[in-house]
Design a protein around this ligand. Structure first.
Ligand code: C2G
Length: 131
């Protein structure tokens, strides 16, 4: 069984996230998502609309996601890769190069981001529509 691992905040889940998750799953048979906890998002400087449990529920409802684990810090990736015997680590290419150091443990793949959509953009559009 080829296991894939990716990480993210996945707030206000949108089709850019779904595109990434579906393409990641297509690289193997089992997709694990490390979901940023609310505490780790504070470290990342991200203010989430949905708390961790709601974001987790939405990801777990997706057919392409097999397991959701908490992402508590930047440094857990190597131990996660070892613990879950991950074959491929996947991230959107806004992270290109940032995780190459993981290639001693598994394949590292950066997938093109879906252009024009982001959680930040959604929030901005909602504010603008109100005004
Ligand atoms: N993504 C994408 N296209 C978009 C928006 C996001 O492909 N239009 C991808 C990102 O590249 C990332 C994943 O969807 O691979 C999740 O995006 P975020 O929730 O913004 O995650 P991020 O804040 O980048 O956290 O340790 C890694 C971090 O937890 C990644």
């Amino acid at each position: 069984m080829k296991k894939i691992l990716t990480y993210g905040t996945f707030d206000l889940l949108h089709y850019g996230h779904i595109n990434l998750l579906q393409r990641a799953k297509a690289l193997g048979d089992y997709l694990i998502v490390g979901l940023s906890t609310d505490e780790f998002n504070a470290v990342k400087g991200k203010q989430c609309y949905f708390p961790y449990d709601e974001r987790r529920k939405m990801l777990e409802a997706l057919r392409c996601v097999d397991l959701v684990i908490p992402e508590n810090c930047w440094a857990q990736k190597e131990s996660d890769i070892r613990e879950f015997k991950v074959d491929v680590f996947v991230m959107g290419d806004d992270w290109k190069g940032k995780f190459d150091f993981l290639d001693k443990h598994c394949e590292v793949v950066y997938l093109p981001r879906t252009p024009e959509i982001s959680t930040t953009q959604i929030k901005k559009d909602i504010v603008n529509k109100k005004n």
